[in-house]
Ligand binder design. Sequence first.
Ligand code: AMP
Length: 387
Amino acid sequence: MKHEPTLPGAVIGVLGSGQLGRMFAMQARRLGYRVHTLSPESDTPTGQISDVEINAAYDDLDAVRAFATEVDVVTIEFENIPAATLETIAEIVPVHPSAHVLHTTQQRIREKTFLTRAGFPLTLFREVRNDTELHHAVAELGCPSVLKTAGWGYDGKGQRKINALDEAARLYAELGAGDAVLEAFIDFEREISVVAARAHDGMTVNFGVVENHHRHHILDYTLAPAELAPELERRAVEIATSVLEELKVVGVLCVEMFVTKDGKLLINELAPRPHNSGHWTLDACVTSQFEQQLRAVCGLPLGSTEKLCAAAMVNLLGDAWAGGEPDWQAVCNMPNVKLHLYGKHAAREGRKMGHLTALAPASNDAKAARRALEQARHARRLWQRSS
Ligand code: AMP
């Protein structure tokens, strides 16, 4: 089917108002689009960059309809948007990713069921809906295992590691005892992800494989590229591309994977939107993940994902503000380090406030990414020192 592209000058609607929407809106405005955002908050990271910021609940369907009538196409920056909201919008203007994609990926049981049926490799898991199922699941998968709420989990929220059968019920109760999944604990060799995009016409592109390191379940840093055997790299890209094709996503999607000690790849989770492990693309690629999302959503041809140089990204969390303002100048003194701040007012512990990307000009391999990481971490230490 031929789609008429949504061209610069048109209005893009964004559901959600965090940093992902902000970086998307910056790219949209650079290309001459106007941006309207809808979320339950005001003076938000995305709203600060938008032409119009609408303050309404996602399930306020009257407000959602009014928002949709003012825009040409809608996208999301946050996956916990009710499917009914997307369906309401789709009656008025195109929305990408679709309600179907969101419905599948916003709940772990549905996401894992989809991946299993489609034959993708993933962490061994059991569905848990009550104490009896939990008991059976822990007995089957053994300890340690990881219990995760089926919905609303991110950055490690809604997760507990179970080390012994007799603590399972208590940990389940702590998570609210609702729908959940129990996963076998993977003593992985490393964590990787592939950010990829799919256009209206089915064309896919990807940003290659990156390596991710978490602290307290929150992404700490990303190395681009990952240090990985070429065969595994090829396989990871193949898996990610197939996921986009199976789901018929229009837009960007990130596939997070574990590399096991015996060299297997297991999908951990999907995010149907630009992802924290793709932030480095803003500074190091011909087309960033955010511009790619814009192009896909607007029905424009996808841009080149060519990596201009190796890079490393480190997150800046709210914890660093505990002792006062960080030392901005120290960071700006480093010529190959790029500072990104999200315009958030309250610097709470664990809250993503910004990130730093260090570039390794004229180098493109994993060793250069490691060198860039040293710079990024040094910059982060300097930045925190005065706090
Ligand atoms: P998630 O919210 O599912 O992406 O989990 C956040 C982080 O927790 C992951 O990036 C891993 O570092 C860790 N994690 C999650 N699930 C498992 C698992 N089954 N085995 C080992 N580590 C895990």
